[in-house]
Design a protein around this ligand. Structure first.
Ligand code: ASP
Length: 439
Protein backbone atom coordinates (compact mmCIF):
# COMPACT_ATOMS: atom_id res chain seq x y z
CA UNK A 1 0.00 0.00 0.00
CA UNK A 2 1.30 3.44 -0.91
CA UNK A 3 0.30 6.81 0.46
CA UNK A 4 1.49 10.04 -1.12
CA UNK A 5 1.69 12.86 1.38
CA UNK A 6 1.79 16.52 0.51
CA UNK A 7 2.58 19.13 3.16
CA UNK A 8 1.54 22.74 2.68
CA UNK A 9 3.63 25.80 3.50
CA UNK A 10 2.31 26.35 7.02
CA UNK A 11 3.09 22.69 7.82
CA UNK A 12 6.74 23.37 6.94
CA UNK A 13 7.21 26.92 8.14
CA UNK A 14 9.54 26.18 11.07
CA UNK A 15 11.70 23.50 12.71
CA UNK A 16 8.81 22.73 15.05
CA UNK A 17 6.53 22.05 12.09
CA UNK A 18 9.17 19.83 10.46
CA UNK A 19 9.27 17.76 13.65
CA UNK A 20 5.51 17.23 13.48
CA UNK A 21 5.89 16.13 9.86
CA UNK A 22 8.55 13.60 10.79
CA UNK A 23 6.29 12.16 13.45
CA UNK A 24 3.45 11.88 10.98
CA UNK A 25 5.72 10.01 8.56
CA UNK A 26 7.08 7.67 11.24
CA UNK A 27 3.57 6.84 12.37
CA UNK A 28 2.75 5.13 9.07
CA UNK A 29 5.36 3.38 6.90
CA UNK A 30 2.99 3.48 3.92
CA UNK A 31 3.68 7.22 3.62
CA UNK A 32 6.40 6.69 1.02
CA UNK A 33 6.37 9.70 -1.26
CA UNK A 34 6.47 13.18 0.21
CA UNK A 35 5.67 16.40 -1.66
CA UNK A 36 6.65 19.55 0.23
CA UNK A 37 5.64 23.17 -0.39
CA UNK A 38 8.02 26.03 0.34
CA UNK A 39 8.09 27.33 3.95
CA UNK A 40 4.92 29.35 4.50
CA UNK A 41 3.89 31.78 7.20
CA UNK A 42 5.00 31.14 10.79
CA UNK A 43 2.46 33.64 12.04
CA UNK A 44 -0.20 35.91 10.60
CA UNK A 45 2.06 38.78 9.56
CA UNK A 46 4.86 36.60 8.24
CA UNK A 47 5.84 36.38 4.54
CA UNK A 48 5.87 33.14 2.54
CA UNK A 49 9.24 32.16 1.07
CA UNK A 50 7.61 31.97 -2.40
CA UNK A 51 6.51 35.61 -2.11
CA UNK A 52 10.02 36.63 -1.02
CA UNK A 53 11.46 34.79 -4.03
CA UNK A 54 9.20 36.66 -6.42
CA UNK A 55 10.22 39.98 -4.86
CA UNK A 56 13.89 39.05 -4.85
CA UNK A 57 13.92 38.04 -8.50
CA UNK A 58 12.06 41.15 -9.60
CA UNK A 59 14.69 43.26 -7.83
CA UNK A 60 17.53 41.28 -9.39
CA UNK A 61 16.00 41.63 -12.83
CA UNK A 62 15.65 45.39 -12.44
CA UNK A 63 19.29 45.54 -11.27
CA UNK A 64 18.06 46.57 -7.83
CA UNK A 65 19.48 45.55 -4.47
CA UNK A 66 18.14 42.00 -4.15
CA UNK A 67 20.73 40.89 -1.58
CA UNK A 68 18.83 41.77 1.63
CA UNK A 69 15.80 39.74 0.48
CA UNK A 70 17.99 36.80 -0.50
CA UNK A 71 19.63 36.96 2.93
CA UNK A 72 16.20 36.82 4.57
CA UNK A 73 15.25 33.78 2.51
CA UNK A 74 18.47 32.10 3.47
CA UNK A 75 17.80 32.92 7.12
CA UNK A 76 14.44 31.13 6.90
CA UNK A 77 16.13 27.90 5.83
CA UNK A 78 19.00 28.27 8.27
CA UNK A 79 16.53 28.73 11.11
CA UNK A 80 15.00 25.37 10.21
CA UNK A 81 18.37 23.64 9.72
CA UNK A 82 19.66 24.93 13.06
CA UNK A 83 16.41 24.23 14.85
CA UNK A 84 16.57 20.61 13.69
CA UNK A 85 20.30 20.44 14.48
CA UNK A 86 20.99 19.15 10.98
CA UNK A 87 24.55 18.83 9.85
CA UNK A 88 24.07 20.37 6.42
CA UNK A 89 24.38 23.65 4.57
CA UNK A 90 22.56 25.10 1.60
CA UNK A 91 25.41 27.54 0.85
CA UNK A 92 26.32 25.97 -2.50
CA UNK A 93 22.69 25.94 -3.52
CA UNK A 94 22.29 29.62 -2.64
CA UNK A 95 25.45 30.52 -4.56
CA UNK A 96 24.03 28.77 -7.66
CA UNK A 97 20.65 30.49 -7.21
CA UNK A 98 22.28 33.91 -6.94
CA UNK A 99 24.30 33.25 -10.07
CA UNK A 100 21.17 32.17 -11.95
CA UNK A 101 19.27 35.23 -10.74
CA UNK A 102 22.03 37.42 -12.15
CA UNK A 103 21.78 35.53 -15.42
CA UNK A 104 18.02 36.14 -15.45
CA UNK A 105 16.99 32.50 -15.28
CA UNK A 106 13.29 33.42 -15.23
CA UNK A 107 10.58 34.16 -12.70
CA UNK A 108 9.38 30.53 -12.65
CA UNK A 109 12.86 29.29 -11.85
CA UNK A 110 13.05 31.84 -9.04
CA UNK A 111 9.68 30.91 -7.53
CA UNK A 112 10.42 27.19 -7.72
CA UNK A 113 13.51 27.46 -5.50
CA UNK A 114 11.34 27.59 -2.38
CA UNK A 115 10.09 24.05 -2.91
CA UNK A 116 13.43 22.86 -4.32
CA UNK A 117 15.40 23.89 -1.23
CA UNK A 118 12.71 22.68 1.14
CA UNK A 119 12.76 19.32 -0.65
CA UNK A 120 16.52 18.95 -0.18
CA UNK A 121 16.20 19.93 3.47
CA UNK A 122 13.30 17.57 4.07
CA UNK A 123 15.00 14.62 2.36
CA UNK A 124 18.05 15.06 4.59
CA UNK A 125 15.94 15.33 7.71
CA UNK A 126 13.80 12.25 7.12
CA UNK A 127 16.37 10.17 5.21
CA UNK A 128 14.34 9.76 1.99
CA UNK A 129 15.82 10.10 -1.53
CA UNK A 130 15.51 13.48 -3.25
CA UNK A 131 14.02 13.64 -6.74
CA UNK A 132 14.23 17.04 -8.43
CA UNK A 133 10.78 17.80 -9.87
CA UNK A 134 12.50 19.38 -12.91
CA UNK A 135 13.53 15.85 -13.94
CA UNK A 136 10.16 14.18 -13.60
CA UNK A 137 7.36 16.76 -14.02
CA UNK A 138 7.25 17.77 -17.66
CA UNK A 139 5.86 20.92 -19.30
CA UNK A 140 5.56 21.38 -23.08
CA UNK A 141 7.17 24.14 -25.14
CA UNK A 142 4.17 26.42 -24.63
CA UNK A 143 4.55 26.09 -20.89
CA UNK A 144 1.54 23.80 -20.36
CA UNK A 145 1.74 20.76 -18.12
CA UNK A 146 2.26 17.57 -20.14
CA UNK A 147 0.46 14.84 -18.19
CA UNK A 148 1.29 11.85 -20.39
CA UNK A 149 5.03 12.38 -20.65
CA UNK A 150 5.18 13.19 -16.95
CA UNK A 151 3.35 10.04 -16.00
CA UNK A 152 5.72 7.90 -18.07
CA UNK A 153 8.90 9.46 -16.70
CA UNK A 154 7.70 9.67 -13.11
CA UNK A 155 6.37 6.10 -13.02
CA UNK A 156 9.74 4.73 -14.10
CA UNK A 157 11.63 6.91 -11.66
CA UNK A 158 9.46 6.00 -8.68
CA UNK A 159 9.85 2.29 -9.38
CA UNK A 160 13.51 2.69 -8.50
CA UNK A 161 12.84 4.44 -5.21
CA UNK A 162 11.26 3.03 -2.11
CA UNK A 163 10.92 6.43 -0.37
CA UNK A 164 11.42 9.86 -1.86
CA UNK A 165 10.81 13.57 -1.51
CA UNK A 166 9.61 15.30 -4.69
CA UNK A 167 9.27 19.08 -4.32
CA UNK A 168 5.89 20.53 -5.31
CA UNK A 169 4.85 23.41 -7.56
CA UNK A 170 7.28 23.07 -10.48
CA UNK A 171 8.65 20.97 -13.31
CA UNK A 172 10.53 21.71 -16.50
CA UNK A 173 10.35 21.59 -20.27
CA UNK A 174 12.26 18.91 -22.18
CA UNK A 175 15.21 21.29 -22.54
CA UNK A 176 15.34 21.96 -18.83
CA UNK A 177 13.59 25.30 -18.48
CA UNK A 178 11.85 25.42 -15.11
CA UNK A 179 8.08 26.08 -15.12
CA UNK A 180 5.68 26.40 -12.22
CA UNK A 181 2.00 25.69 -11.82
CA UNK A 182 -0.19 28.56 -10.63
CA UNK A 183 -0.02 29.55 -6.97
CA UNK A 184 -0.82 26.78 -4.54
CA UNK A 185 0.30 24.30 -7.21
CA UNK A 186 2.07 21.85 -4.89
CA UNK A 187 -1.37 20.27 -4.47
CA UNK A 188 -1.23 19.40 -8.16
CA UNK A 189 2.23 17.83 -7.84
CA UNK A 190 0.95 15.65 -5.00
CA UNK A 191 -1.89 14.46 -7.17
CA UNK A 192 0.45 13.73 -10.10
CA UNK A 193 2.76 11.70 -7.85
CA UNK A 194 -0.22 9.80 -6.44
CA UNK A 195 -1.31 8.87 -9.94
CA UNK A 196 2.17 7.83 -11.13
CA UNK A 197 2.80 5.70 -8.05
CA UNK A 198 -0.71 4.20 -8.22
CA UNK A 199 -1.15 5.25 -4.64
CA UNK A 200 -4.02 4.02 -2.50
CA UNK A 201 -4.44 7.41 -0.89
CA UNK A 202 -3.31 10.99 -1.43
CA UNK A 203 -3.00 12.75 1.92
CA UNK A 204 -2.96 16.52 1.70
CA UNK A 205 -1.71 17.95 5.00
CA UNK A 206 -2.60 21.53 5.82
CA UNK A 207 -3.53 23.66 8.82
CA UNK A 208 -7.25 22.95 9.01
CA UNK A 209 -8.98 19.70 9.93
CA UNK A 210 -10.71 19.38 6.58
CA UNK A 211 -13.15 21.08 4.31
CA UNK A 212 -15.76 23.08 6.20
CA UNK A 213 -19.48 23.03 5.46
CA UNK A 214 -19.52 26.81 5.24
CA UNK A 215 -17.13 29.75 5.31
CA UNK A 216 -15.86 30.23 8.90
CA UNK A 217 -15.91 34.00 8.36
CA UNK A 218 -19.69 33.72 8.09
CA UNK A 219 -20.52 30.75 10.32
CA UNK A 220 -18.81 30.45 13.66
CA UNK A 221 -16.98 27.12 13.94
CA UNK A 222 -18.72 25.33 11.08
CA UNK A 223 -18.74 21.54 11.01
CA UNK A 224 -16.18 19.65 8.95
CA UNK A 225 -17.33 17.72 5.88
CA UNK A 226 -16.41 14.08 6.49
CA UNK A 227 -16.84 12.76 2.94
CA UNK A 228 -17.33 14.76 -0.24
CA UNK A 229 -17.37 13.63 -3.86
CA UNK A 230 -15.18 15.18 -6.53
CA UNK A 231 -18.24 16.65 -8.21
CA UNK A 232 -19.53 18.25 -5.03
CA UNK A 233 -16.08 19.66 -4.41
CA UNK A 234 -15.99 21.17 -7.90
CA UNK A 235 -19.31 22.92 -7.26
CA UNK A 236 -18.17 24.33 -3.92
CA UNK A 237 -14.68 25.31 -5.12
CA UNK A 238 -16.16 27.10 -8.08
CA UNK A 239 -18.21 29.16 -5.68
CA UNK A 240 -15.13 30.22 -3.79
CA UNK A 241 -14.56 27.57 -1.12
CA UNK A 242 -10.85 26.79 -1.17
CA UNK A 243 -8.65 24.29 0.59
CA UNK A 244 -7.21 22.50 -2.40
CA UNK A 245 -5.98 23.85 -5.74
CA UNK A 246 -8.80 23.44 -8.26
CA UNK A 247 -6.67 21.45 -10.71
CA UNK A 248 -5.41 19.03 -8.08
CA UNK A 249 -8.35 16.69 -8.40
CA UNK A 250 -7.92 15.82 -12.06
CA UNK A 251 -4.91 13.42 -11.98
CA UNK A 252 -6.30 11.35 -9.10
CA UNK A 253 -9.94 11.57 -10.05
CA UNK A 254 -9.47 9.45 -13.15
CA UNK A 255 -7.62 6.83 -11.14
CA UNK A 256 -10.18 6.68 -8.35
CA UNK A 257 -7.59 7.62 -5.73
CA UNK A 258 -9.21 9.33 -2.74
CA UNK A 259 -7.77 12.50 -1.24
CA UNK A 260 -7.70 12.96 2.51
CA UNK A 261 -7.34 16.52 3.77
CA UNK A 262 -5.53 16.34 7.11
CA UNK A 263 -4.31 18.77 9.76
CA UNK A 264 -0.58 18.69 10.60
CA UNK A 265 -1.38 20.37 13.91
CA UNK A 266 -4.09 17.86 14.82
CA UNK A 267 -3.03 14.63 13.09
CA UNK A 268 -5.62 12.48 14.85
CA UNK A 269 -8.54 14.42 13.40
CA UNK A 270 -10.02 12.35 10.56
CA UNK A 271 -10.19 15.33 8.18
CA UNK A 272 -12.15 15.24 4.94
CA UNK A 273 -12.18 12.41 2.40
CA UNK A 274 -12.65 13.46 -1.21
CA UNK A 275 -13.87 10.47 -3.20
CA UNK A 276 -15.19 9.58 -6.63
CA UNK A 277 -18.40 8.14 -5.31
CA UNK A 278 -19.77 6.88 -2.03
CA UNK A 279 -22.85 5.16 -0.70
CA UNK A 280 -22.14 6.55 2.75
CA UNK A 281 -25.10 8.63 3.73
CA UNK A 282 -24.04 12.21 4.27
CA UNK A 283 -24.38 13.37 7.84
CA UNK A 284 -26.64 16.23 6.78
CA UNK A 285 -28.88 16.60 3.74
CA UNK A 286 -26.48 19.15 2.36
CA UNK A 287 -22.74 18.66 2.00
CA UNK A 288 -21.77 22.31 1.87
CA UNK A 289 -22.72 25.91 1.15
CA UNK A 290 -20.62 28.46 -0.69
CA UNK A 291 -21.31 31.73 -2.39
CA UNK A 292 -19.92 34.65 -4.28
CA UNK A 293 -20.92 38.29 -4.29
CA UNK A 294 -20.86 40.80 -7.11
CA UNK A 295 -23.16 39.72 -9.92
CA UNK A 296 -25.41 41.60 -12.30
CA UNK A 297 -28.67 40.23 -13.70
CA UNK A 298 -29.34 41.36 -17.26
CA UNK A 299 -33.12 40.96 -17.67
CA UNK A 300 -34.30 40.86 -21.25
CA UNK A 301 -37.97 41.03 -22.20
CA UNK A 302 -39.61 40.35 -25.51
CA UNK A 303 -43.20 39.34 -26.18
CA UNK A 304 -43.49 35.87 -27.70
CA UNK A 305 -39.78 35.19 -27.22
CA UNK A 306 -40.45 31.58 -26.35
CA UNK A 307 -41.59 30.84 -29.88
CA UNK A 308 -38.69 32.66 -31.51
CA UNK A 309 -36.12 30.08 -32.47
CA UNK A 310 -32.54 31.16 -31.75
CA UNK A 311 -33.43 33.97 -29.34
CA UNK A 312 -31.17 32.66 -26.55
CA UNK A 313 -28.29 32.18 -28.96
CA UNK A 314 -28.57 35.75 -30.23
CA UNK A 315 -28.58 37.13 -26.69
CA UNK A 316 -25.58 35.05 -25.66
CA UNK A 317 -23.73 36.07 -28.82
CA UNK A 318 -23.84 39.65 -27.53
CA UNK A 319 -21.93 38.53 -24.44
CA UNK A 320 -19.53 36.47 -26.51
CA UNK A 321 -18.78 39.45 -28.75
CA UNK A 322 -17.75 41.34 -25.64
CA UNK A 323 -15.72 38.47 -24.22
CA UNK A 324 -17.89 38.09 -21.14
CA UNK A 325 -18.65 34.66 -19.70
CA UNK A 326 -22.07 34.11 -18.20
CA UNK A 327 -22.95 32.21 -15.03
CA UNK A 328 -26.66 31.34 -15.25
CA UNK A 329 -29.54 31.96 -17.61
CA UNK A 330 -32.91 31.52 -15.89
CA UNK A 331 -35.77 32.19 -18.29
CA UNK A 332 -39.54 32.69 -18.41
CA UNK A 333 -42.04 32.79 -21.26
CA UNK A 334 -41.24 36.34 -22.32
CA UNK A 335 -38.12 36.93 -20.22
CA UNK A 336 -34.56 35.76 -20.37
CA UNK A 337 -32.01 36.67 -17.69
CA UNK A 338 -28.26 36.42 -17.90
CA UNK A 339 -26.15 36.49 -14.73
CA UNK A 340 -22.65 37.89 -15.19
CA UNK A 341 -19.78 39.00 -12.95
CA UNK A 342 -20.26 42.66 -12.13
CA UNK A 343 -16.52 43.40 -12.39
CA UNK A 344 -16.30 41.90 -15.83
CA UNK A 345 -19.50 43.54 -17.03
CA UNK A 346 -19.35 47.09 -15.72
CA UNK A 347 -16.85 48.49 -18.18
CA UNK A 348 -18.60 46.93 -21.15
CA UNK A 349 -22.27 47.29 -20.20
CA UNK A 350 -23.34 49.75 -22.90
CA UNK A 351 -21.56 47.80 -25.58
CA UNK A 352 -23.33 44.60 -24.43
CA UNK A 353 -26.74 46.32 -24.32
CA UNK A 354 -26.40 47.69 -27.83
CA UNK A 355 -25.24 44.29 -29.09
CA UNK A 356 -28.32 42.63 -27.55
CA UNK A 357 -30.56 45.23 -29.22
CA UNK A 358 -28.82 44.74 -32.55
CA UNK A 359 -28.80 40.94 -32.47
CA UNK A 360 -31.99 39.97 -30.62
CA UNK A 361 -34.29 43.02 -30.94
CA UNK A 362 -35.85 42.75 -27.47
CA UNK A 363 -38.68 44.99 -26.18
CA UNK A 364 -36.66 46.10 -23.16
CA UNK A 365 -33.58 45.38 -21.11
CA UNK A 366 -33.22 46.09 -17.43
CA UNK A 367 -30.15 45.67 -15.19
CA UNK A 368 -30.03 44.67 -11.56
CA UNK A 369 -26.63 44.94 -9.86
CA UNK A 370 -25.11 43.96 -6.47
CA UNK A 371 -26.42 40.42 -6.43
CA UNK A 372 -24.93 37.28 -4.87
CA UNK A 373 -25.12 33.66 -5.87
CA UNK A 374 -25.20 30.95 -3.22
CA UNK A 375 -24.70 27.28 -4.03
CA UNK A 376 -26.26 24.71 -1.74
CA UNK A 377 -24.53 21.47 -2.67
CA UNK A 378 -25.19 17.89 -1.66
CA UNK A 379 -25.51 14.42 -3.11
CA UNK A 380 -28.02 13.80 -0.34
CA UNK A 381 -30.49 16.21 -1.93
CA UNK A 382 -31.19 13.76 -4.74
CA UNK A 383 -32.84 11.31 -2.41
CA UNK A 384 -34.47 13.75 -0.03
CA UNK A 385 -37.80 15.30 -0.73
CA UNK A 386 -38.55 18.88 0.03
CA UNK A 387 -34.97 20.18 0.17
CA UNK A 388 -35.81 23.18 -1.99
CA UNK A 389 -38.89 23.83 0.13
CA UNK A 390 -36.81 23.88 3.30
CA UNK A 391 -34.24 26.22 1.77
CA UNK A 392 -36.91 28.70 0.74
CA UNK A 393 -38.87 28.56 3.95
CA UNK A 394 -35.63 29.20 5.87
CA UNK A 395 -34.93 32.19 3.65
CA UNK A 396 -38.50 33.46 3.99
CA UNK A 397 -38.26 33.23 7.79
CA UNK A 398 -35.07 35.25 7.64
CA UNK A 399 -36.94 37.85 5.56
CA UNK A 400 -34.77 37.33 2.53
CA UNK A 401 -36.05 37.96 -0.94
CA UNK A 402 -34.96 35.28 -3.42
CA UNK A 403 -34.17 36.76 -6.83
CA UNK A 404 -33.28 33.62 -8.72
CA UNK A 405 -33.40 29.85 -8.34
CA UNK A 406 -31.55 27.37 -10.49
CA UNK A 407 -31.36 23.66 -9.83
CA UNK A 408 -28.79 21.84 -11.94
CA UNK A 409 -30.01 18.74 -13.75
CA UNK A 410 -27.63 16.69 -11.61
CA UNK A 411 -29.79 17.58 -8.58
CA UNK A 412 -26.48 18.04 -6.84
CA UNK A 413 -26.92 21.72 -6.23
CA UNK A 414 -29.39 24.52 -5.93
CA UNK A 415 -28.19 27.98 -6.85
CA UNK A 416 -29.94 30.92 -5.24
CA UNK A 417 -29.59 34.56 -6.21
CA UNK A 418 -30.07 37.16 -3.46
CA UNK A 419 -29.07 40.76 -3.00
CA UNK A 420 -25.49 41.33 -1.71
CA UNK A 421 -26.99 42.82 1.46
CA UNK A 422 -28.70 39.51 2.24
CA UNK A 423 -25.71 37.32 1.42
CA UNK A 424 -24.44 36.60 4.93
CA UNK A 425 -27.91 36.20 6.45
CA UNK A 426 -28.96 33.81 3.70
CA UNK A 427 -25.97 31.51 4.27
CA UNK A 428 -26.61 31.55 8.01
CA UNK A 429 -30.28 30.70 7.53
CA UNK A 430 -29.48 27.75 5.27
CA UNK A 431 -26.71 26.46 7.55
CA UNK A 432 -29.05 26.74 10.49
CA UNK A 433 -31.88 24.75 9.02
CA UNK A 434 -29.77 21.87 7.68
CA UNK A 435 -26.87 21.64 10.11
CA UNK A 436 -27.87 23.22 13.41
CA UNK A 437 -31.48 22.05 13.55
CA UNK A 438 -30.78 19.13 11.16
CA UNK A 439 -34.07 19.38 9.38
N1 ASP B 1 4.73 27.74 -2.67
C1 ASP B 1 3.80 27.91 -3.72
C2 ASP B 1 2.83 29.03 -3.36
O1 ASP B 1 3.00 29.70 -2.36
C3 ASP B 1 3.08 26.65 -4.08
C4 ASP B 1 2.38 25.94 -2.95
O2 ASP B 1 2.62 26.22 -1.78
O3 ASP B 1 1.57 25.07 -3.24
O4 ASP B 1 1.93 29.30 -4.11
Amino acid sequence: MIKVVKFGGSSLASAEQFRKVKEILSADSKRRYVVPSAPGKRHKNDTKVTDMLYTCYELAQADGDYKPVLRKIRARYNEIINGLKLNMSLDDEFAAIEENFKNKAGIDYAASRGEYLNGILMSRYIGYDFIDAAEVIRFDKKGNFDPDTTNKILKERLKKTERAVIPGFYGATADGQVKTFSRGGSDITGSIVAKASKADLYENWTDVSGFLIADPRIIEKPQVIKVITYRELRELSYMGATVLHEDAIFPVRKEGIPINIKNTNAPDDPGTFIVESTCQKPEFTITGIAGKQGFVAVNIEKDMMNSEIGFGRKVLAAFEENQISFEHTPSGIDTFTVFVHQEEFEGKEQSVLSAIHRLAEPDSIDLEADLSLIAVVGRGMRSTRGTAGRIFSALAHANINVKMIDQGSSELNVIIGVSNDDFVQAIRAIYDIFVVTRL
